[in-house]
Design a protein around this ligand. Structure first.
Ligand code: TRP
Ligand code: ZN
Length: 481
């Protein structure tokens, strides 16, 4: 979510003073259409993700699913601010049927091309889509949401589970269940209301604002609507809804943080000891990484076969099966590294995975008698970590491959050695999460921040560990950067 001041006045003035072509003047003039927003935001790996010409500030998603959670009916109300004078704009949506759309309350024309939904607002409302203005779009849709295959071959989007479904969005699954600006650079707040038949529970990000049950008329099922509110900015790949038969629990940490867990009853007993550690892990992470960035935390635990991976969905990560302590540490570390400080583009993934992996090394150092040096050496010895430099994955599939995790964590460890003072090193991490809290950051932001915070020239560290091809010489070698 980025905010921009209204600039219509400045444009008019510029036209008057400088003189300009008729069309440019018309664009700045009253009541006339601008130009179409771009179909993507030029992500280096996913060029079609996201859309140009506007920033979303809020998503209001009203969803209803059937008993098997295989059919979805949705109304998405999207509040956005135009960043140019718009004559038309795109939303990302894959599959599903669009049954109607309005912009500023007037019917808009809708065209579909692949994963792009192109909306052309009524000319009557053109004034509302001038640069700097906020406008509201409503899209009604329905159908069977799709399971998508990632660049790396794993599955995302809408996944059917043993007793319901879960929506997972990293990196490109969001468009499978709601229309939006599906690039991490456009963060927004969310209201997600999900109506489910009796017996099912719907869990999402943020906090539960209400839970309402309506007795169905004779023959109709009893329905419950769960309304979840996310008031801190969230990237769309972190948005989730999990539907199933869940055992839910709400508690409070000593710091006053709400912890909400939803667990498949089949794995509840086995998951319990791990979940009981959530407050202790959060407190330990807050000491190292800075204050926990959100007002609530927790977990959603499904069965092992329900997904191929865990995901750091905002506030409450998603786990297929009872999580180990290491996995809890990893996904909760992402709340700082990824969810609050979000990558500017998918190229910056090592900032998520390198730091979340390093959090595991730090945990082992503090709790399992395994110094980070040993974790570093194990990662160093693993050939898989040397396939490519972590800051430059060769393909879209690369953003979730070992170098981004293991070598990303090695970069952080080398930085710690360069700082050579743990107090300063952890102060640097806390300064980083504070500076970019609830925002976006790139690799260049990180390297610049580290150099400024330490006063050191770290260019050799970056060129060898972050950008270099292949394994540098023996890490025990003290001359290494
Ligand atoms: N971010 C997840 C984790 O480390 C893993 C993951 C799932 C992932 N899907 C991905 C990483 C797609 C990159 C791209 O817990
Ligand atoms: Zn991760």
């Amino acid at each position: 979510m980025r905010r921009r001041p209204a600039r219509a006045g400045a444009l008019l003035l510029a036209c008057a003073v400088l003189g300009c072509t008729a069309s440019a003047c018309t664009n700045a003039g009253a009541g006339v259409a601008g130009t179409p927003g771009a179909a993507g935001v030029r992500d280096p790996y996913f060029p079609k993700l996201g859309n140009g010409g506007y920033d979303v500030t809020h998503y209001d998603l009203r969803l209803a699913v059937d008993r098997k959670a295989e059919h979805l009916t949705g109304t998405a109300t999207i509040t956005a601010r135009a960043t140019q004078d718009l004559s038309a704009f795109h939303l990302d949506l894959v599959g599903l049927d669009v049954t109607g759309a309005t912009v500023e309350g007037r019917p808009a024309s809708v065209n579909r091309a692949g994963g792009e939904l192109v909306l052309r607002p009524d000319t009557e409302v053109a004034d509302h889509l001038r640069e700097g203005r906020t406008f509201e779009t409503v899209v009604r849709y329905s159908g069977a949401p799709r399971t998508l295959t990632d660049a790396d071959g794993t599955h995302e989007g809408w996944l059917r589970t043993a007793d319901g479904a879960v929506a997972l969005g990293e990196p490109a699954g969001g468009p499978a269940w709601f229309p939006g600006n599906h690039h991490p650079s456009d963060k927004a707040t969310y209201t997600v209301a999900v109506t489910v038949p009796e017996g099912l529970t719907a869990v999402s990000n943020g906090e539960l604002a209400s839970r309402r049950t309506t007795e169905g008329a004779t023959g109709d099922p009893t329905l419950t609507t769960y309304t979840w509110r996310t008031t801190e900015p969230m990237a769309s790949y972190l948005a989730t809804v999990a539907i199933g038969r869940f055992a839910t629990k709400e508690s409070r940490t000593d710091d006053g943080l709400t912890v909400f867990t939803a667990v498949d009853p089949e794995v509840a007993a086995e998951a319990e000891p791990g979940l009981a550690r959530i407050p202790r892990i959060l407190a330990w992470e807050a000491e190292r990484f800075g204050p926990y960035p959100f007002r609530s935390a927790g977990a959603v635990v499904d069965r092992a076969e329900d997904s191929e991976y865990a995901l750091e969905t905002q506030n409450r990560p998603y786990y297929p099966g009872p999580p180990t302590t290491g996995l809890l540490v990893h996904e909760m570390a992402h709340q700082w590294f990824g969810d609050s400080v979000t990558p500017a583009t998918w190229r910056d993934m090592w900032l998520n995975e390198g730091l979340a992996t390093y959090a595991e090394w730090l945990w082992s150092e503090d709790h399992e008698d395994t110094p980070a040096r040993e974790s570093f050496e194990a990662a160093y010895a693993d050939d898989a970590n040397w396939a490519f430099p972590p800051a430059e994955p060769p393909t879209a599939a690369g953003v979730s491959q070992p170098p981004v995790y293991g070598r990303g964590a090695m970069v952080v460890h080398r930085l710690r050695l360069a700082v050579d003072d743990d107090e300063k090193f952890f102060a640097l991490l806390r300064g980083w999460t504070r500076t970019h809290r609830h925002g976006n950051a790139s690799t260049a932001d990180f390297t610049a921040y580290a150099e400024k915070a330490t006063g050191l020239d770290l260019s050799r560290l970056w060129s060898v560990w972050l950008y270099g091809d292949g394994r540098p010489a023996d890490p025990a070698e003290p001359d290494l950067p």
